[in-house]
Design a protein around this ligand. Sequence first.
Ligand code: CU
Ligand code: ZN
Length: 188
Amino acid sequence: MSIRITNAFWGITLMAILSACSTTPEKTKADHKHEQAKNKIEKAICVVHPTEGNDVSGTIEFEKTTDGVKVTANVKGLTPGKHGFHVHQYGDCSGPAGKTAGGHFNPGHKKHGAPDDMERHVGDLGNLVADSSGVASMTFTDEKLTLNGPHTIVGRSIIVHAGEDDLTSQPTGAAGPRVACGVIGVAK
Ligand code: CU
Ligand code: ZN
């Protein structure tokens, strides 16, 4: 009895699978392209945490736009003034001083520069500017950042530095110690 029920069950299941297959229209190239577009990352976020002995924290949000990637930074616990911040090569903030994040993200093997320089690391975002209470809030759009493809910044990190990025010293901008680190992840 139980064997017959099992057979009937599998028979119905098989019929269901077959009919599902036969009614699924073949995917067109346009469908495929549409699906690829849908799977593209539109937004990303980096929550930065203080490195050992520091008190700097905040968020840097990224949003894909037609002009590039819109960056919205809100960071607190800084000393007033300029602080270099960059996308660094590795999404690894495990080291106490943030060194595990590696150097500036530089897939094109370029020199360090300012965000609006032709020659710059992809990760060169310039400086955050903190007010007298140590808070930096900034929004700008960057043409070199991308959230998709082989040079995506997703899975890399953001480092905030103790000092100012002079935008010329090689290869780091001489921005000093790393006071906060976070990994860039996909956002809703
Ligand atoms: Cu840096
Ligand atoms: Zn750089």
